[in-house]
Design a protein around this ligand. Structure first.
Ligand code: THF
Length: 277
């Protein structure tokens, strides 16, 4: 993933100092993109060790429509704890909007079902997408994440918003728009998660996984990640691992972490960094 390191270098070279919601301070650039052909390997960073278990279980949790961190905790994932209420609630975040977007008549729309059906029945469609940005449930910016979740609003507005899929010559590609991207902590997760979702949809709908494209709005480095970023930039990239899915679950909702095998992952050591809340 040389392109990832190029983006980090781009931020250091061209970034502008910007204040932010969390009060941490960032260096930021606007409008960047990473493209990766999945035939070249699974895009887990090799310049630091990533916790694939957190990435896979977070995606399974989204697809379950779950917005409570309890299930994540039970599966060893702590990345959402900071924003949850005492009961573990995050409000109507990703999983809710993906699988049960609320409608005016009290019903719900499953956007993931829509995508799977479109891929199977109308793969040429230019409308194969799902969206997480539901303005009715965006947080009140005067309240904290936890108070928003208590009030039935999203604890945080979605960072990764719009997922679009594209089929040509029997190959499935995916493009994700991220409005705000924490280059050191969140972005590596989002890249791997998009790749995993693309592999899963390809398996379910009988396509070959092809290209993933991540398009980013505000791409930033938090001021307390600068040493970590320089450490990472000093490291050489290594061969990418391979993803093997060991069975074919009966639907997109039936994958378990144990179904995924990451083969040949030989990263540099992990690099600890504080998360801005
Ligand atoms: N807020 C901020 N400031 N950055 C983000 O990346 C971010 N997210 C989600 C919501 N708000 C965010 C949460 N996603 C880690 C990774 C992803 C997160 C939150 C935290 C993290 O700390 N990763 C550690 C390992 C932790 C672990 O695996 O237990 C790492 O070193 O990668 C972006 O979507």
């Amino acid at each position: 993933m040389k392109q990832y390191l190029e983006l980090l270098a781009d931020i250091l070279e061209n970034g502008v100092a910007k204040g932010d919601r969390t009060g941490t301070g960032t260096t930021s650039v606007f409008g960047r993109q990473i493209r990766h052909n999945l035939a070249e390997g699974f895009p887990l960073l090799t310049t630091k060790k990533l916790h694939f278990k957190s990435i896979a279980n977070e995606l399974i949790w989204f697809l379950n429509g779950d917005t409570n961190v309890q299930w994540l905790k039970e599966h060893g994932v702590s990345i959402w704890n900071e924003w949850a209420t005492e009961e573990g609630e995050l409000g109507p975040v990703y999983g809710k909007q993906w699988t049960a977007w609320p409608t005016k008549d009290g019903g719900a729309i499953n956007q993931i079902d829509y995508v799977v059906n479109a891929l199977k029945n109308n793969p040429n469609s230019r409308r194969i997408l799902f969206h997480g940005w539901n303005p009715e449930y965006l947080p009140d910016e005067k309240l904290s994440p936890v108070d928003n979740a208590r009030a039935g609003k999203m604890a945080l507005p979605p960072c990764h918003l719009l997922y679009q899929f594209y089929v040509a010559n029997g190959k499935l590609s995916a493009q994700l728009y991220i409005r705000s991207s924490d280059s050191f902590l969140g972005l590596p997760y989002n890249i791997a998660s998009l790749a995993l979702l693309t592999h899963m949809l390809a398996q379910q709908c009988d396509f070959i996984p092809h290209e993933i494209i991540v398009s980013i709005g505000d791409l930033h480095a938090y001021s307390n990640h600068m040493d970590q970023i320089r450490t990472q930039l000093s490291r050489e990239t290594r061969a990418l691992p391979r993803l093997i899915i060991t069975r074919r679950p009966s639907s997109i909702y039936d994958y378990k972490f144990e179904d995924f095998l990451i083969e040949g992952y030989d990263p540099h050591p992990s690099i600890a960094a504080p998360i801005a809340v």
